[in-house]
Design a protein around this ligand. Sequence first.
Ligand code: FPP
Ligand code: MG
Length: 502
Amino acid sequence: MKAGTSMVSKSFLKSFDKFICNNSRNITSRPQILTFKRNKSIFSDAISMATKLVTPAIMLKNPNSIVSNEMSNLAKHVMDLISSGHPILNRVTSYYFEAEGKKIRPLIVLLMSKGLSKIPIEKRNPLRLDSADIPDDPVYSKLPENLTHKNSGNKSILLENPISSFSPLHILHGIKPVNPLTRGPEPLPQSSFDVENGILPKQRRLAEIVEMIHTASLLHDDVIDHSDTRRGKDSGNKAFTNKMAVLAGDFLLGRATVSISRLRNPEVVELMSNSIANLVEGEFMQLKNTSVDKNLTTINYGDVSKNIPPESKNLQNKVHDYRVSINPSEKVSHEEVIDTAFDYYLHKTYLKTASLISMACRSAAILSGVDKKVVDECFEFGKNIGICFQLVDDMLDFTVSKKALGKPSGADLSLGIATAPVLYAWKEDKSLGPLILRNFSEKSDVQVAVEAVKKYNGVEQTRKLAEKYRDMALSNLRTALPNSDSRAALEFLTNSILSRKK
Ligand code: FPP
Ligand code: MG
């Protein structure tokens, strides 16, 4: 039995007992209930009262319980979406999904979707409300029954079920994909939207897509960070090699992209595709690490410094220009240097961690047809909770052991990355500037930075900043959503980020 279910049953029985005691004139003891000729109205009153008593307790202890069906189906659906024809590729791509992850991102998307469904339908735009099902694969699903096993001596699993596994092996068997430009308009899928439940089929798929993109980014991140553990076991790169981990991440991204395009909602497709680009840009900003470098074409990591060739004359991109100097002769105040470093750090944090969830919350709101103000609040909520989440992650890197974290701790400084706790210390102690600039690459740099973080309460100040983002997220929720169990669960989740230990 799932933990949530047993908790519900226990609390329910407790409340039921309480009700029975308070009504002992009608019912004298619990065993008697079994033989008692049930007075239907007493019984249903008891159920309704006990439910009211129990619901907040469920929510407060386990926000998952509100979307438990969707959460337990999520892993299964993701497995369907990522299956390939190659057994080893399947093992690498499913490796992180099999470990006990927090799955906080899909949980937020599902709770947000359910919370949005409580907005009265009159306040939404029926033309924008997207309750359609996700279409089947338009290219490969047209395989005629009699051609299924043609040319394949033995029964092929892939050819048996071309829809659920869309690796296009049957192309080899002479069946060509339908040209999307000539095959005419796609029939509109029927909706299996369950009004009672409130979560739209495309919102459910969105939650799955978010988990796929996040897992792809973790596979790549562990290669970049040379991590050897994740979720309490060997990291993907350690278990399977860097090459396989990178390829598996790419494969997950490919499948996530297919799923995004099948949402058939151009605005959502654009948002979710952008979130992938943002993750990479954020990770790139982290390679560069700090604004305090006048040379945009230098990336320092550890003791290696790479000079990137000058940019192409054809490239007219606007770059994020955070350059400031720490050279005393250039008269830039220390305050200005620190402000710019924080701007850079928060921008990187948004792109690397918050962008995926903020785009997904925005997408969930767009699919539910709510007005622009609500869409914007949902986006802001995702941004603020995402930044809060990463600030806590950066704090835990200083405070929690590797064993408790299930992944390397104290890793950021060793990787040359200056996060909020160090930036707060630097604000008080200018002499940390050169250490940050050289990515803590000299022998005692990491130790000096750790001492400075302790001396200037860098962790406590980071916690205060995280609290600010938490409060903004709570305020976004209250503006965007009417009061409901789902909103209360999102509030609970937002509050619990500050107390998480891993
Ligand atoms: C964890 O950061 C990593 C991320 C939140 C994003 C990583 C993004 C990339 C590697 C870009 C490529 C993206 C895709 C979609 C393939 P962390 O190292 O601070 O956290 P950790 O302690 O959990 O490793
Ligand atoms: Mg990492």
